[in-house]
Design a protein around this ligand. Sequence first.
Ligand SMILES: *Cc1c(COP(=O)(O)O)cnc(C)c1O
Length: 368
Amino acid sequence: MVSIATLGIHGANEHLRVSDVTPPINISTTYRYDSDPAKLKKASEIEGLGEDVVYSRLSHHTGILVEETIGAITKSHAVIYSSGLGAFNAAMVHLNPKKLFIGQAYHGCHGIADILTRNYGLKQLPLDALDQLAEGDVIHIETPVNPNSWCFDIKHFADIAHAKGAKLLVDSTFAPLQDAFEFGADMVMHSATKYFGGHSDLLAGLLLTKDPEVKKCLQLDRIYLGTNIGNLEASLLFRSLKTFELRVRKQSESATAIVNYLVENKSSLKALEEVHHSSLQTEDFVAKQLNGCHSPTFSIIVDSEETARRLPSRLKYFFHATSLGGAESLIEWRCMSDTTAPPGLLRISVGLENVEELIEDLSQALSQ
Ligand SMILES: *Cc1c(COP(=O)(O)O)cnc(C)c1O
């Protein structure tokens, strides 16, 4: 089996159209039809989106390169969207559950579920109400979960879903190298804005499926949802895939090293009260699911709201900003963007800087 590192660079080679090593940035919204009249087809004769591009809202060359590369590295079929929430919305439209079982998850996924409840009466239930699960329902879990990076047991939820004819959707954004299909997920989503993009310069979302027919349906729905990725963003994302594994492994290693340091030196770090990260979980399933690659994002709780408000301003190498997954380390006083976050919580997305320098920076800020 070819590795992720190699496939991130060569996974779509057979779809390259020109001799350029880096494919040209393609900005056309529309494409000339075949000049041979005999080859022209009526819309009713076309099934599925092939490689013949017509109009960029349907598909475009760079989007195809991205989907083929990501399909190869995730051993699945990938459909790309203009944002992570575009992908979650598309999953809801495709799966169309009567009941959605959803626990702690990205606030925007709850926001979409609330719109569906308001408009169409979607019933939302918590993960401890799975005795009410029925055929066609959907369980949505995010693992590791924002902002603490704690893991849920994918197989546990997959077994419950499948026993009732329901489906399991997994938001795998915080563990981009995790293979949720191996543990029974039916569909996987990512905010590709985060680790797949990796440079804080593009918005994108992904749905992954093992079923090529599902991919076809999702692509046809996407035409009418109007949520294909833009041409320019697709070019940026295609570039990012070449360093995907390298970045994520390094960021994960650094995050785990920083978490270790914080836990071991807690007594000398006056402001630090709690550290939350998947590497601090001891259940067996955690190591199996993450396969040696813990979430590159974690959270800490400091001694007061005032400390949480001030701490980002004491740091040299962590930008105070929301989001995660980029080359730049970020820290966020989380209650600025999430109404459910406790006032002392700071979320930290570890970037690609030297880990010793990041530790030194955090350590001086937490000891003040
Ligand atoms: C950011 C994020 C999303 C939403 O992705 P966008 O690309 O911002 O739309 C969904 N889930 C998780 C876990 C996220 O971190």
